[in-house]
Design a protein around this ligand. Structure first.
Ligand SMILES: [Mg+2]
Length: 112
C-alpha cells in the first residue's frame, strides 16, 4: 500500500467520523482546521517525547528503572498518532506526501 492510499483511507475515515470538521467553505474554515490538526500533531509529538524523556531519565541519569522496552509499544502508538495526523493534514491540504518526501530527501542528500 502506498502513502497516497493511506492518506485516502485516513481522510475517508475522518470525513465519516467528523463530517462537521470537513465542512469547509472559506479560507478561514481551512485555516482553523489546519490550526486544530497542527496543534493535535504537536500534542502527539509531545506525548512521544515525554515517554522518551522518562526513558532517558532512567537509563541515562539513573532515576528510576524504566527501560525502552517497557514503553516501546506505547511509543509506537504515539508515533502512529503522529503519523495519523500527518496523513490527515495531507488529506486536508491535498498534499502528495510521497512526492514531497522524495523531493526533501534529495535536498537533504545534497545538504548533509
Ligand atoms: Mg497519543
Amino acid at each position: 500500500m502506498d502513502l497516497a492510499k493511506l492518506v485516502e483511507i485516513q481522510t475517508a475515515f475522518s470525513r465519516e467520523k467528523f463530517p462537521t470538521f470537513w465542512d469547509i467553505k472559506t479560507e478561514q474554515d481551512l485555516a482553523l482546521r489546519l490550526e486544530y490538526l497542527t496543534n493535535a500533531l504537536a500534542g502527539e509529538v509531545g506525548e512521544a517525547a515525554n515517554l522518551v524523556k522518562k526513558v532517558v531519565r532512567s537509563v541515562v541519569y539513573g532515576k528510576g528503572d524504566l527501560r525502552l522496552d517497557d514503553v516501546k509499544q506505547e511509543l509506537a502508538e504515539e508515533i502512529t498518532d503522529v503519523f495519523t495526523y500527518l496523513l490527515t493534514i495531507a488529506g486536508l491540504l491535498g498534499l502528495d506526501l510521497e512526492k514531497t518526501y522524495l523531493q526533501k530527501l534529495e535536498k537533504n542528500r545534497k545538504r548533509f
